[in-house]
Design a protein around this ligand. Structure first.
Ligand code: 6PG
Length: 469
């Protein structure tokens, strides 16, 4: 056994095991802890050298094996398990020790835990980790929030294990309290948006253009070599190649069209509503997972209503328009997520640096994309940018792609192909860029039935009218 280990990790499931092996690969000694003996043994075996990676089912052995201040990361399911693990560790910890929750915990839970542990002299971090199992092993994007001073102890390890974008680590101190969890939550909201949009474009190419899985593979692969380059477009291309091991044909065609969710997308939408920040492309992505779950109802309803026959399209121009529309809508999803972060930063006192967040999303995480390099530049040029749509560099990108988006949204409506994410992205754009919206009528209605008052465009003050007289 090494003298004392540099880093501790509780929860040796796939993510935990991969993360701790990544820490060890980068020259730090690490000690794991899990109640499951098999997982402990599996890690010891895979680690190879107990002086570098070791583990125990015993929390006391685990805590005593670590150098101080102890740096203990939890990769356990969000919720009550996190509290239970903290309570189990607490009696054995010393002042100044650091606990890092690497799961997708709800941000107010992180605030509660941070305040509770602060009283006991323990530093608590909520650190979103993105990139799935492979990312945890080879380099995730890490989004830590908590005490800035305590972060200095964690920084060398996180910077070593994080994904690198052109040599720069995809991790940064993001802000106090739950800043890290909050940023990860919005990351996931954007993830939901991008995934929904990608699925709509797939539907369109398949139903309108009749593209085969081979053609879909080639189309997404070629997009991934251009401005749409991103992890999600890359894996989409690969998915269309996968043959079904259990039968004929391609696996994608055999997968039930009901998408599950663990809640982070929904939390993003719920909190955006609380903040009063519009993120319709993310909202609709959550709703679509809910509609997808209503499979039996959808089957019944499908029989009751006719669907228009898709209008004919030119296959070649369809793919090019789809590429433009996906690019346009991706921009809207990122713009909405960044807008939410800007507002949350003020509301919760996170003091987020949006350029820094875009920067650490450029590699390692699920929403990594070539676009994030442009988003980083946009916030570098103007740290106070309210919305990406106001950035001169994005005006050109949007102008160039909005026309094709309009055509496809109209095509989808006329052909009965649901494109809710795409049409939402477009209406968000049209509304956000309208200097005059018809909400004057809503104000008139509110004042009519409820004396809710209104403001005028030509005079200062608050007005009320007796409409019925
Ligand atoms: C990531 C992912 C990860 C997880 C999602 C899945 O960044 O690595 O976001 O955290 O895969 O939370 O979420 P759903 O189950 O809700 O789709």
């Amino acid at each position: 056994m090494a003298d004392k280990y540099d880093f501790g990790l509780v929860g040796l499931g796939v993510m935990g095991r991969n993360f701790i092996l990544n820490v060890a690969d980068n020259g730090f000694t690490a000690f794991g802890n899990d109640l499951d003996k098999e997982k402990v043994n599996a890690l010891i075996e895979e680690g190879g050298d107990a002086a570098k990676v070791n583990a125990s089912t015993d929390a006391v052995v685990f805590v005593e094996a670590l150098s101080t201040p102890r740096k203990i990361m939890l990769l356990v399911p969000a919720g009550k398990v996190v509290d239970a693990v903290i309570e189990g560790l607490l009696p054995h910890l010393e002042e100044g020790d650091i606990i890092i929750d690497g799961g997708n915990s709800f941000f107010t839970d992180t605030d509660r835990r941070e305040a509770y542990l602060k009283e006991k002299g323990i530093n608590f971090f909520g650190a979103g980790v993105s990139g799935g199992a492979k990312g945890a092993r080879k380099g995730p994007s890490i989004m830590p929030g908590g005490s800035r001073d305590a972060y200095q102890h964690v920084k060398p390890i996180f910077e070593a294990v994080a994904a690198k974008y052109k040599g720069e680590p995809c991790v940064a101190y993001l802000g106090p309290k739950s800043a890290g969890n909050y940023v990860k939550m919005v990351h996931n909201g954007i993830e939901y948006g991008l995934m929904q949009l990608t699925s709509e474009i797939y539907d369109l190419l398949k139903k309108a253009g009749g593209l085969t899985n081979e053609e879909l593979h080639a189309t997404f692969a070629s997009w991934n070599a251009g401005r749409l380059q991103s992890f999600l477009v890359e894996i989409t291309a690969e998915i269309f190649e996968q043959k079904d091991d259990l039968g004929d044909g391609h696996l994608v065609d055999k997968i039930l069209d009901k998408a599950k969710q663990k809640g982070t997308g929904k939390w993003t939408s719920q909190n955006a509503m609380d903040l009063g920040i519009p993120i319709p492309t993310i909202d609709i992505a959550v709703s679509m997972r809910e509609i997808s779950a209503l499979k039996q109802e959808r089957i019944k309803a499908d029989e009751l209503y006719d669907r228009p026959t898709p209008e004919s399209v030119v296959k070649d121009s369809l793919a090019s328009k789809a590429e433009q529309a996906l690019y346009f809508a991706f921009i809207m999803a990122y713009a909405q997520g960044m807008h939410q972060l800007a507002d949350a930063s003020k509301e919760y006192g996170y003091e987020l640096d949006l350029g820094e967040i875009a920067k650490i999303w450029r590699a390692g995480c699920i929403i990594r994309a070539a676009l994030l390099a442009d988003i980083t530049e946009a916030f570098k040029a103007d740290a106070g940018l309210q919305n990406l749509l106001l950035s001169p560099s994005f005006v050109e990108k949007v102008k160039e792609t909005v026309g094709a988006t309009r055509e496809l949204v109209a095509y989808g409506a006329n052909s009965g192909i649901p494109l809710p994410g795409l049409s939402n992205a477009l209406t968000y754009f049209d509304a956000y860029t309208s200097s005059r919206l018809p909400l004057n009528l809503i104000q008139a209605q509110r004042d009519y039935f409820g004396s809710h008052t209104y403001e005028r465009i030509d005079k200062e003050g608050i007005f009320h009218t007796e409409w019925e007289e």
